[in-house]
Design a protein around this ligand. Structure first.
Ligand code: ARG
Length: 599
């Protein structure tokens, strides 16, 4: 099934063509039900082009529209909006066309893959390997994973790039320290285990600050590392592997897959980047590439320092060293030329906004990225403490991500223990193992869902009470809604998968129509998230869906389900239950959240 947005857009585009112009149909869901389900804002823009009144243009479009099978007769409102109200008959038919699911883990709930599959590189997580992952890495990991999941689901080829910081001066210090305290690593690099990376870093740094000789040794070690000295490299590699092992323990727990391609991966390519730039400079091919005070720079329009001086992107420092921009130009070259990506998304905090603006402008300016490639910085705000201050331990240190997740899981356990079994279910009794599993699922789900449900660019306060609330737009509410619907199936004694596939979907009651509409709008939400990379569009949608279901299932506001009659109506309503559950489950899966059958 195509999304309703796509279907309407297609029809309206056709009608616009028939009045002799080309134009974007500009369809969006209506904010207010009064105005129907969707609206087109196309007439306003076209009116200017045509030199006619917007209302006239809207009328002309409606005149040419062939849309009877989808909607009631479109209405024109205000200056020239066209409002569409979907027909229950269309909704019923569309729902019925969704095949029943055999395997919920691979279910697509009737959604088709995109027709124009792309290669996309998503740069996510990307912690610095010198230290343990901390709370600051949560957002990039969770948001990046969600975006990658949605794009993969749409059928795109996604490279999940973990651009870890594994290079630079700090590693000289760490390697020198490691060589001193664990000399045996040189012969047996595979035996390295560091229980606590954070304290290892602190130790190394303390020695570095206190001991001049060690400082010198650290510097020499960086040079040796960069020169490719075999022993130094071995120790460095052992350290990076061990640090990555720590990271992957967290990724596994969060269900996040990644390819580790850290800064060091780009070493040769950075040399190549600089060579190519020097060529541009020397041949005069690009006036933007120039030296400035001994540094190799790319000058860009529209970027100035506070004093109004031009602010170039520096690609090689005056001491000959490379920097962050050098490595990120290399990521672009690799992703465009080797991976053949036509869309590159950097999921990195908003603190780096200017870096990416300059990087993208530079890559285009020197012609390394053409118009066919989309470059996006998916920047996000900070995660703050409950009090709204920077997130720190009581002692003022950074909070390890692992500790944060452990705390969420412990709190989730308490919440789940207090859940009242609802009328639809037999008394619950979980084995300790089931309980562990539920607590882990709910705890991680709460953290992810809360993060994803905020608009990307705003800061948010990490508040376990709010994110673990059983009511409201939270993971526990969504997981509970899902488990509850599944229990309806059990109570009704039907296996949803075995519902008669050809039994008609019957939509009569307002709550049934509203629910059907919501279920079918899942495709719209996925489309918007894939395009605009806003996970909160998906969480908002799922919350609306869960609410529409509550109304449908409500004794007073909704309809009877388990004991509905005749049989055909009962089947139809059970089918609505099944479709809701499938969409909830799939939607949560795209957020990186697994469901539980009982809670
Ligand atoms: N390691 C970097 C940091 O901790 C983030 C890297 C993001 N990715 C990139 N291609 N720049 O700030």
């Amino acid at each position: 099934m195509k999304s309703i947005l796509e279907q309407l857009s297609h029809r309206v585009r056709g009608a616009i063509a028939l009045i002799g112009v080309e134009g974007d149909p500009q369809i969006q869901a209506s904010q207010d039900e009064k105005f129907g389900d969707y609206q087109s804002n196309a007439a306003m823009g076209l009116a200017k082009k045509l030199g006619r009144k917007p209302r006239e243009v809207a009328e002309a479009i409606v005149e040419k529209l062939d849309i009877d099978d989808l909607c009631e007769k479109p209405e024109i409102a205000g200056p020239g909006f066209i409002n569409f109200r979907l027909k229950p008959k269309f909704l019923a038919k569309a729902l019925q066309s969704i095949p029943l699911a055999d395997d919920l883990d691979t279910d697509r709930a009737g959604l088709l893959p995109a027709e124009n599959a792309q290669v996309v590189a998503v740069d996510l997580s990307s912690p610095n390997l010198a230290k343990e992952m901390h709370v600051g890495h949560l957002r990039s990991t969770v948001i990046g994973d969600c975006v990658a999941r949605v794009l993969e689901f749409q059928g795109h080829t996604v490279h999940r790039e973990n651009h870890v910081g594994d290079w630079g001066t700090q590693f000289g210090m760490l390697v020198a320290h490691l060589r001193r305290i664990r000399p045996e690593i040189i012969d047996r690099p595979d035996t390295l285990e560091i229980a606590d990376l954070e304290s290892f870093y602190v130790e190394a740094k303390a020695r570095f600050d206190a001991d001049e000789k060690f400082k010198e040794e650290s510097r020499e070690t960086v040079v040796a590392l960069q020169r490719g000295d075999a022993t130094t490299r071995r120790i460095w590699q052992a350290f990076c592997n061990e640090s990555l092992r720590h990271c992957h323990a967290i990724y596994d727990r969060l269900g996040v897959r990644l390819i580790d391609r850290g800064e060091s991966f780009y070493n040769d390519l950075m040399n190549e980047v600089v060579r190519r730039l020097e060529k541009l400079r020397d041949s005069g091919e690009s006036a933007a590439v120039r030296d400035s005070e001994g540094a190799l720079c790319i000058f860009l329009d529209g970027f100035t320092t506070r004093e109004g001086e031009p602010l170039p992107l520096m690609v090689r420092k005056s001491d000959g060293g490379f920097n962050y921009a050098t490595s990120d130009l290399a990521t672009i070259v690799h992703r465009v030329e080797v991976l053949k990506a036509t869309r590159i998304v950097y999921v990195v905090g908003l603190a780096q906004k200017q870096h990416f603006e300059m990087l993208f402008a530079a890559a285009r300016k020197i012609g390394w990225v053409g118009p066919e490639v989309r470059l996006e910085h998916l920047g996000f705000g900070n995660m703050l403490s409950k009090a709204g201050t920077p997130f720190k331990t009581r002692e003022g240190g950074t909070v390890k991500l692992k500790d944060l997740l452990d705390e969420a899981v412990a709190r989730a356990r308490r919440v789940v223990e207090e859940v009242e079994p609802d009328e639809a279910r037999v008394q619950r009794s979980f084995t300790p193992q089931q309980m562990d599993n539920i607590a882990e699922t709910v705890g991680l789900a709460a953290v992810k869902y809360f993060d994803l449900s905020h608009s990307m660019t705003s800061d948010y306060r990490f508040d376990l009470d709010t994110m673990l609330a059983m009511e409201g737009n939270t993971a526990p509410y969504m997981l509970y809604a899902y488990a509850r619907i599944r229990s309806i199936g059990r109570k009704a004694g039907v296996d949803f998968r075995a519902l008669p596939a050809d039994a008609p979907v019957i939509l009569e009651h307002a709550s049934e129509i509203a629910l059907a509409k919501k279920i079918l709008q899942f495709a719209d939400a996925v489309e918007v998230v894939g395009r605009e990379l806003k996970p909160n569009v998906l969480t908002d949608y799922l919350y609306d869906l869960a609410k529409a279901f509550s109304r449908f299932y409500d004794k007073r506001l909704g309809v009877r389900v388990i004991d509905a009659s005749p049989e055909a109506v009962r089947f139809s309503r059970l089918r609505l239950c099944d479709s809701t559950a499938r969409v909830l489950r799939l939607g949560l899966r795209l957020l990186g959240i697994s469901t539980i059958e009982q809670m």
